[in-house]
Design a protein around this ligand. Structure first.
Ligand SMILES: Cc1ncc(COP(=O)(O)O)c(C=O)c1O
Length: 475
């Protein structure tokens, strides 16, 4: 039981009376449950910093009045039955005046508009509305082993604040090596900062690289998670179209300080940015002293041809902050992501991390290092690429079979979702009626959306259920 007692040493009321009153009120108000164990007089006197005799005096009074009872050898408890003479226990009533709760919020707080990220998942629905890893296919036993091994690290490592906010050094080494192997990112471990997912990376970019009121270029359509961060930070979003080669350079405003892009697999259209466009974007950013934020959120899952190299690795001096995450290749609740930074930006990111939350939890970082160094991650990715690749094919085939020329499918070369544009305008209504959840891409556009475009996440839906879902859509 928490003592939850506050003593006022300056009060004219004796301390034992204050203790007595606090417990009495707490018991009557139901804050301390009947039958609950009381701290011993020794524990309570130590936690309050008062003499043990003072606490004992208060307990004696509570015992005498029937609020407490003792059990030989077991300790002191809140009485199971309160004396009748006390009448109805006082409950804490929710009578706090709402006028006094009229807090003034900051502009930042007022600009926050998202409560929960995911739409509710109604029972009986086939859900194409999430592009998350299939948790049933994750090697949980191996992860448990890595976690167990991590817990054997010396107590001084496990229990203290980490030595530096940048992240566990062996993990940064593993991440740098992995990115160089798989994504052609050019970096050393000194340029890697471990963060709580890409979301924190994007949040820090917005705070550290732009001022409220600054203009930032944003793919249109684009990722809502980033859009909400930029909006909350008071940045002015400049939408730039996405064509079959990626973000349209002609749409960029020269005063934009940041350009947010998803070049490997544009979110949500799935377009891969062409080499020519990448070079143009790099040249544009250099010319206008803008920073490119490369969000490489799901590029590990490329189904045809080798993975596309990252924009970051195309030049030594690319003005790029590369953001990556373990949410798609491991599981999202891990909350571990990273940024790869030009060396000059490492210190500001480290400072921001220290101020925000000190560092990412250490046990998970150690376990992840083990998981990577044992080769489990890359084996898992190879297996998932096959699994998701088959599901993607089943989805594409089913859409084409059911809708034939009435559907155009985008972005199926990579990732965990596709975007489909239908000629048939009744698809969404039919989806709802037939219990299929799909995501309307219109929400991802700034300004007017073309309409009738929907996203289909396939990574965590079985082949059988995918076929059934698309059949229901076409009915
Ligand atoms: C475009 C994009 N970026 C980043 C993320 C990953 O976010 P996090 O690493 O915070 O889980 C997602 C997740 O859905 C995403 O869709």
């Amino acid at each position: 039981m928490r003592s939850a007692i506050v003593i006022d040493p300056t009060s004219a009321t004796a301390i034992h009376v204050q203790i007595y009153e606090s417990w009495r009120k707490g018991i009557l108000a139901g804050r301390f449950r009947r039958g609950e164990r009381m701290p011993s007089t020794r524990e309570l006197s130590a936690s309050l910093g008062v003499a043990r005799g003072t606490v004992a005096q208060a307990y004696e009074q509570l015992l005498a009045e029937g609020y407490l009872q003792t059990q030989r050898g077991a300790g002191t408890f809140v009485c199971g039955e309160l004396p009748d003479t006390l009448g109805q226990p006082l409950r804490v009533s929710p009578t706090i005046s709402t006028a006094s709760m009229d807090f003034r919020l900051s502009k930042y707080a007022e600009r926050l508009d998202e409560d929960f990220r995911y739409a509710p998942q109604p029972a009986g629905f086939i859900l194409f509305s999430r592009w998350v890893p299939d948790t049933d296919a994750f090697p949980v036993a191996l992860w448990r082993k890595s976690m167990a091994r991590a817990l054997h690290a010396p107590a001084s490592t496990l229990l203290n604040y980490a030595r530096d906010p940048q992240g566990y050094e062996p993990l940064r080494q593993e991440v740098a090596a992995y990115l160089s192997r798989s994504r052609a990112v050019q970096c050393t471990a000194e340029q890697v900062v471990i963060l709580n997912g890409s979301q924190q990376a994007l949040d820090f970019c917005a705070r550290l690289l732009a001022e409220p009121g600054d203009s930032v270029a944003f793919e249109n359509p684009g990722y809502l998670g980033t859009r909400r961060i930029f909006t909350a930070c008071g940045l002015q979003l400049q939408p730039a179209r996405v064509d079959e080669e990626g973000i349209v350079i002609g749409d960029l405003h020269k005063q934009s300080r940041l350009v947010y892009v998803t070049p490997s697999h544009q979110y949500p259209t799935g377009v891969a940015m062409s080499l020519q466009r990448r070079l143009e974007l790099l040249a544009w950013a250099r010319k206008h002293r803008a920073v490119i934020i490369e969000d490489d959120y799901d590029s590990e899952y490329r189904y045809s041809g080798p993975p596309l190299p990252a924009l970051q690795g195309m030049a030594n001096d690319a003005p790029v902050v590369y953001c990556g995450s373990f949410s798609k290749v491991m599981f999202p609740s891990l909350r571990i992501g990273y940024v790869v930074l030009p060396p000059q930006l490492v210190t500001p990111f480290n400072r921001a991390k220290w101020i925000a939350d000190r560092h990412t939890p250490i046990v998970e970082q150690i376990a992840l290092t083990d998981f990577l160094s044992e080769g489990h991650l890359e084996r898992h990715i190879r297996r998932m690429r096959k699994l998701y690749g088959k599901r993607r094919q089943v989805l594409v085939d089913a859409l084409q079979k059911q809708f034939d020329e009435d559907v155009q499918i985008y972005g199926d070369a990579a990732g965990m979702h596709v975007m489909a544009r239908f000629d048939d305008k009744a698809v969404y209504a039919r989806a709802l009626r037939n219990k299929v959840q799909i995501v309307n891409a219109s929400d991802l556009y700034l300004g007017k959306a073309p309409g009738n475009e929907y996203l289909f996440g396939f990574s965590s839906v079985s082949e059988r259920v995918i076929r059934e879902g698309i059949k229901r859509l076409a009915k």
